[in-house]
Every structure is written in structure tokens, then in C-alpha cells.
Design a protein around this ligand. Structure first.
Ligand code: DCM
Length: 128
């Protein structure tokens, strides 16, 4: 069942939330998301999130609390979101993204979020 989980991180730094613009696949390219990805076999969600943020952004990060809720992505996948604190590194778009942006509370709606990420982003912004 956990293989059908996509984990994403609400990465915070100095009162801002990190948004990442997808570069692929074509139907999602240009839309913004909370960075993350699918669990690999044997991983728990927190481990997967740490790995994904390392691969995609080149940072070491520590998951905190789970944002309550679970959002359907289609084909049986669901999105789960954790708050994340950066431990080291400056996020860079190494894989899957072509731009990153730090959004303040009043800027949260200035990018074209993936529809399924919006409820999680709203909750993440409330926790800023
Ligand atoms: N996904 C999403 N929202 C996120 C992260 C991922 O909707 N915050 C979706 C996009 C892909 C799938 O999950 O369809 C797997 O993501 P990835 O390709 O990054 O592994």
C-alpha cells in the first residue's frame, strides 16, 4: 500500500516556503509543486522524503510533522506532505525541476501550483 504513496516536503526557511517548478513530464511541466516523489520498496515516507530532497535539490533535510490529510493523484497514488527543516545545503534544481522559488505568506498564490498540491500548500502556509 505504501508503494502508492508520493511524499512531498513543505520546506521552510526564514518564514518562506519552497516551491519547485516541474520540468517533466510534459503534462506537468511548468506547474509548481512541493518537491518530493514516490516511495521506493522498503522505504518509509520520511526516508523517501530525505532521499528525494537530496536527489532533487542537493540538500540534507529533516522531516518534521505530517500535514494532516491525503490527496489523490490518480492511478491509486496519494500525496502525503511533511513539514521539512533544512539542515545543510542551498536548494538547487538538480532533477525534475527547472526553477525554485521561496514564497512568503502573501506570495503563496503567485505560482501555478499543481491542483492536487493546493490544499497541502494552504496548510503549509498556515504553519509558516
Ligand atoms: N506529484 C504531485 N505533487 C507533488 C509531488 C509529486 O502531484 N508535490 C506527482 C507527480 C507525479 C508523481 O507524483 O505524477 C510522482 O512524482 P515524481 O515524478 O516527482 O516522482
Amino acid at each position: 500500500m505504501d508503494e502508492r504513496v508520493v511524499v512531498a516536503g513543505a520546506v521552510y526557511d526564514r518564514g518562506r516556503l519552497l516551491a519547485a517548478r516541474r520540468s517533466a513530464p510534459p503534462e506537468l511541466a511548468g506547474r509548481w509543486e512541493l518537491p518530493g516523489g514516490k516511495l521506493e520498496p522498503g522505504e518509509n515516507p520520511r526516508e523517501a522524503l530525505v532521499r528525494e530532497l537530496r536527489e532533487e535539490l542537493g540538500v540534507e533535510a529533516e522531516p518534521g510533522e505530517r500535514i494532516p490529510g491525503e490527496w489523490p493523484l490518480g492511478r491509486g497514488y496519494v500525496l502525503q506532505v511533511w513539514t521539512v527543516r533544512l539542515l545543510s545545503g542551498e536548494p538547487r534544481p538538480l532533477q525534475d525541476h527547472d526553477e525554485l522559488r521561496w514564497l512568503s505568506r502573501r506570495e503563496w498564490d503567485s505560482v501555478d501550483w499543481l491542483d492536487q498540491d493546493v490544499p497541502a500548500v494552504v496548510e503549509a502556509i498556515r504553519r509558516l
